[in-house]
Design a protein around this ligand. Sequence first.
Ligand SMILES: [Zn+2]
Length: 364
Amino acid sequence: MSTQVGDVVESAAASAASSEYLGTEAASSVGAKTTETTPLPWTWLEILRIVVMALCISVNVYLGLLAKTSVPVREKERESSSSDVDGRSEGGGEGTDQAESNYKNDNKTANTCASSSSSSTAAAAAAAPSPPPVLIVIAHPDDEAMFFGPSILSLSRDYTVHLLCLSTGNYRQEGTIRQRELVASCELLGIPRDCVHVVHDEVELPDHPTRMWTPQAVAARIIETQRAVGADKIVTFDEHGVSGHINHRAILPGVLHAQANGALMEKTRVYALESTGIIRKFSGVFDVMITANAPHACFCGWREVLAVRAAMQAHDSQYVWFRRLFILFSRYTYMNNLVLQSPPQSAQDKKRLQQIRDTKSKDK
Ligand SMILES: [Zn+2]
């Protein structure tokens, strides 16, 4: 008996869980009931692992179903059909169904740019009106894969997604490489090369963790691109920038600055990607329990999750161990929640905006 106890105690000491898992009382009772108490922690851990895996699989299946039915951004617009840029009616399920059908057939061709040079694409565009454009604004190459994957894939079902990257990601002198990686990543997310717009401005918009971009500089680039592509919907980071990077946080003030000055297209809607606390941020697929009821939520099915991971892998120069872990555990691989930003609401703001518009119309 004494030999058995010694073996068990030695075995338990060799494991990482021994005395800590057993606790003081359990450790002191090893002599009495060693064979019953020592295996328990590992048994429960195994059960816990199986339960977690089962939950992951079931929730991912659930998300796959959601991915087929969720149409982000559009939900609230249906409440005011007059502002629907598609010209689809209130019960416009037919058009949406058609767009989703196209996406199911080939999600890589769902997002088509007007400037695409492909003859087959041009023929298809002539036969059917191209989807309305939406502009996604990011700060660096890889933001689109790390944070906006679900938004891009979901919006591609109904919109032509244009991506504006406000820097080349040249902080470590890798700007040229990172631009190439951005194009490759976007193609994996269904955004053609012609729809990827990269700003080269090392003076006013450098990729730098301590140099703040001014709202004026950000606004100027966004206004320019918005007019070029004709998108009246803009999606970008919120004021916290998800990761807190100073360049991420500078974009929304720039967009709102442009909107407050009446420089954006009329009826432009601005959506910001919600930043969450650290627990939700790394809760992966489980955050669906909170995000499911959000009005403009975007979800990935399992195939789309693989597309997001592949897009991040395209950023070879950035795909280090902590970004691998981020892609694995982050909720932003599986879902996004877009929050509609209110345009200037005060009477003073409205009056100022009207004055600006009146002045512009007189100038014309
Ligand atoms: Zn970034």
